[in-house]
Ligand binder design. Structure first.
Ligand SMILES: *Cc1c(COP(=O)(O)O)cnc(C)c1O
Length: 395
C-alpha cells in the first residue's frame, strides 16, 4: 500500500543531485514512463460500495479517495520534496508559498498562543500575523534575526511556535538555526522555517531539527516562473496534525501545476548551483564598484550570520541585494536590459527589484535605505555583469 511518507532505504544517502533526479518516481505512479502522468480527477470511482466504505476507513496518504487528496501526480511531487532532506518525514502541498506559511502556522497555533517571528521575515508573512492571527487571539512578537540562543529571553509561558527565515527576506541575515532549535526543543516549542532561498537540497533544515520546513515552490523548485505552489515538510511527530489541518482547510494543488513543479525539481540541483555561482560572481563584481555602498549576500564576511551560513549551507541561492552610495536606484533598474522588473524570484531568468526593508521592520532598524534585489538566472555571468556595468555608468 503506498503512503506519502518517506520510503525506507538502505545504504549510503545519495548526494543532492541524485536525489533530485530519482525521488518520487515509484513505478506504481509512473507506469512504464519516466514521469507520472497528469491525472486530472475530482471523482475517484470505486468498484463497489464495500470498496467505497473501506476507502473512508483507510483515508491513508497515497490512497485513491477523492481529488482533493491528490493523485499520483501530486503524491510523486510531495514525496520528491520530502526526499530533499533526509530527516523530513512527509510533505503537504499548498496552492502558493503564502498558503504554505499560513497552513503551517494555522496547524500549530490556537487562540491564546504567542508566536515569535523573525523580524526579517517575508512581508506577507508579517501581514498574516498582524492582520489575521492577531484578530484570532494569537499574539506575535518579532525578534532580531541575530538572536541565536539569546532567543530564550524572549520566550513567554504561552510561546507556542518560533518562526525563522534564513537568510532573511530583503536583507539576508543568516540565523543560528541549531542554537534556536535547541532552545525551543527544551521548552516543547514548535519550530518553523521559511527555507525558500537555498531549498532543503542545500540547506537541510529538517536535519537541523526544525519541525516544519516551508518552501515557496513557486521560486527555485518550480524554477520557470510559471507555477504558484508551496510546500511544508514535517518531522514525524508533526505530520498528522499538519496533514489534517491542510485537509480541513481544503488545500489542493492542480495536477498540471504538480507536473510542472516536478519537472522543475528534476533540474533543481543544477540550476540552483549555477545560479548561486553566477550570483556570487556578480556580487563580488558589484562589491568592487565605486558606486556600490554595500552588497548583502550571506557568503560575504560582513553579512550578519555569515559564520552560520558557512557552517550550515551546502551551496548559496542566487538571490542577493546591494545598495548604491548615491541613489538613483529606480533609474539604474530601468536601464538594465537583461533583468526583468517584477515580483517573485528563483526562475531561470534574471530579475531586479527595488525594495525598502525599513518598511518591514519592527524589532530592529534598517538604516541602509533602498536595496536593489537581484534574482540571478541562467544567463551568462559576463553578459549580466556587462549589463549592470552599462546601467551604472549610463545613469
Ligand atoms: C515568494 C515567497 C513566499 C511566498 O510564495 P508565493 O508562492 O509567492 O505565495 C514565501 N516566502 C518567501 C521567502 C518568498 O520569497
Amino acid at each position: 500500500m503506498p503512503t506519502l511518507v518517506r520510503p525506507r532505504r538502505s545504504g549510503p544517502l545519495p548526494k543532492p543531485p541524485t536525489t533530485a533526479v530519482t525521488a518520487g518516481r515509484r513505478s506504481e505512479w509512473t507506469g512504464h514512463a519516466v514521469n507520472p502522468p497528469v491525472w486530472r480527477a475530482s471523482t475517484i470511482l470505486y468498484d463497489d460500495v464495500a470498496a467505497l466504505k473501506a476507502g473512508v476507513k483507510t483515508n491513508a496518504d497515497g490512497e485513491w479517495f477523492y481529488g482533493r487528496r491528490g493523485t499520483p501526480t501530486q503524491w510523486s511531487l510531495a514525496e520528491a520534496i520530502t526526499a530533499l532532506d533526509p530527516a523530513a518525514h512527509a510533505t503537504m502541498l499548498y496552492p502558493s508559498g503564502a498558503a504554505a506559511v499560513a497552513g503551517a502556522l494555522l496547524a500549530v497555533l490556537k487562540p491564546g498562543d504567542h508566536l515569535l517571528m523573525v523580524d526579517s521575515t517575508y512581508d506577507p508573512t508579517r501581514r498574516l500575523c498582524d492582520a489575521y492571527l492577531a484578530q484570532r487571539g494569537v499574539e506575535t512578537s518579532y525578534y532580531d534575526p541575530m538572536a541565536g540562543a539569546g532567543i530564550e529571553a524572549l520566550l513567554r509561558p504561552n510561546t507556542r511556535a518560533l518562526f525563522m527565515e534564513s537568510p532573511g527576506s530583503l536583507t539576508f541575515e543568516v540565523q543560528d538555526v541549531p542554537a534556536i532549535v535547541a532552545v525551543a526543543r527544551a521548552r516543547g516549542i514548535t519550530t518553523l522555517i521559511d527555507n525558500t532561498w537555498a531549498t532543503p537540497l542545500y540547506y537541510p533544515t529538517a536535519s537541523m531539527g526544525v519541525d516544519l520546513t516551508i518552501c515557496a515552490v513557486t521560486k527555485y523548485i518550480a524554477g520557470h516562473s510559471d507555477v504558484m505552489m508551496g510546500s511544508v515538510s514535517a518531522l514525524e511527530p508533526h505530520w498528522v496534525n499538519l496533514r489534517t489541518t491542510a485537509q480541513v482547510l481544503g488545500n489542493a494543488v492542480s495536477p498540471d501545476d504538480a507536473y510542472l513543479a516536478a519537472r522543475g525539481l528534476r533540474t533543481l540541483a543544477l540550476r540552483l548551483k549555477q545560479q548561486g555561482q553566477t550570483a556570487l560572481a556578480v556580487a563580488h563584481w558589484l562589491a568592487k564598484h565605486p558606486r556600490v555602498a554595500r552588497v548583502l549576500h550571506p557568503a560575504f564576511a560582513d553579512c550578519p550570520g555569515h559564520d552560520a551560513y558557512a557552517r550550515d549551507f551546502l551551496a548559496p541561492g542566487g538571490l542577493f541585494g546591494f545598495m548604491l552610495k548615491d541613489g538613483g536606484t529606480d533609474a539604474v533598474i530601468d536601464a538594465l536590459t537583461l533583468f526583468g522588473i517584477g515580483y517573485s524570484w528563483g526562475g531561470y531568468e534574471s530579475l531586479a527589484l527595488p525594495t525598502e526593508p525599513s518598511r518591514c521592520r519592527s524589532a530592529t532598524r534598517w538604516d541602509g535605505g533602498t536595496v536593489i534585489r537581484l534574482s540571478i538566472g541562467l544567463e551568462d555571468e559576463c553578459d549580466l555583469i556587462a549589463d549592470i556595468d552599462r546601467a551604472l555608468s549610463q545613469v
